[in-house]
Ligand binder design. Structure first.
Ligand code: BTN
Length: 254
């Protein structure tokens, strides 16, 4: 099991993915002080201010059915939020599928990239990329995301080393993966539901026809799929994409 620390790289996910393709073991990881091309979900850029954030990617080769791979994404968000709550003593919410929120602002996010579809079953892997704003002050965030972003430094009076957080996240991720391999995801999904920041809120998302659909978030089901009921009472299952809180409009929901 290799744990690599880099001063600077394009993306720890990219490095970890390459290592995984070359056969790196379950539990191997890559962390960096900064990234020049940090990747976010949906092709977005992940701002990686040097030394201020946690930029870490963990390689997993879970002994799970392929259908359960998407639930590992939820597990990762849950584990990181649990670890940070314990260490920093602040409540952390989860926005589906795996954004970390404090007081309505984004603290971090997770980008999971899985092995190619044509991969042999025995070679399958996932790279769990974790980005957390740790030592940022408000001005460290680019202007366009400043009012919507926060950091542990802003939210808590505690100041802990980034490598300490990473060690705790790695240990808990590996132990919870062992647990789900044995017992399944029921406990993870019910723990996740306790931290769901969208439940009961009016949200907006873009459907497959590129239309904006609004509705009330009903929470995740037993497969980890988000359920949203629109104004006409139709229930939508959200498998991927971006879901945001509707800001100004009020819908008539029963
Ligand atoms: C998101 O909220 O859009 C997910 C952000 C994930 C960022 C992390 S930082 C470490 C790892 N390397 C990357 O390039 N991305 C992830």
């Amino acid at each position: 099991m290799k744990n690599i620390t880099l001063e600077s790289t394009d993306s720890t996910n990219k490095v970890a993915y390459k290592l995984a393709l070359e056969g790196a073991e379950h539990g191997s990881s890559v962390m960096a002080k900064t990234q020049t091309a940090g990747r976010g979900r949906l092709g977005k850029f992940w701002v990686s201010v040097s030394g201020k954030g946690l930029y870490y990617s963990l390689i997993l080769r879970p002994n799970l059915d392929l259908l359960d791979f998407s639930k590992v994404t939820l597990l990762a968000g849950l584990v990181v939020s649990d670890v940070l709550e314990d260490m920093y003593e602040i409540p952390i919410g989860l926005k589906w599928p795996n954004d970390l929120y404090v007081g309505g602002k984004k603290l971090g996010g997770i980008l999971v990239e899985s092995s190619p579809l044509n991969c042999e079953e025995t070679d399958r892997f996932m790279v769990v990329g974790i980005g957390v704003n740790v030592n940022h002050c408000n001005l460290d965030f680019p202007e366009d995301i400043r009012s919507a972003s926060t950091s542990l430094n802003i939210e808590s009076t505690k100041h802990l080393g980034i490598s300490l957080i990473i060690a705790a996240v790695q240990e808990k991720m590996l132990s919870r993966i062992n647990e789900v391999e044995e017992k399944g995801f029921n406990e993870v999904l019910s723990d996740w539901k306790q931290k769901d920041v969208l439940i009961g809120k009016i949200v907006e998302m873009v459907n497959s026809k590129e239309e904006v659909v609004s509705g009330v978030a009903l929470g995740i089901d037993n497969e980890g799929i988000l359920q949203v009921r629109d104004t006409e009472g139709i229930c939508h299952q959200i498998l991927s994409g971006d879901v945001r809180l509707a800001q100004k409009r009020q819908l008539n929901q029963n």
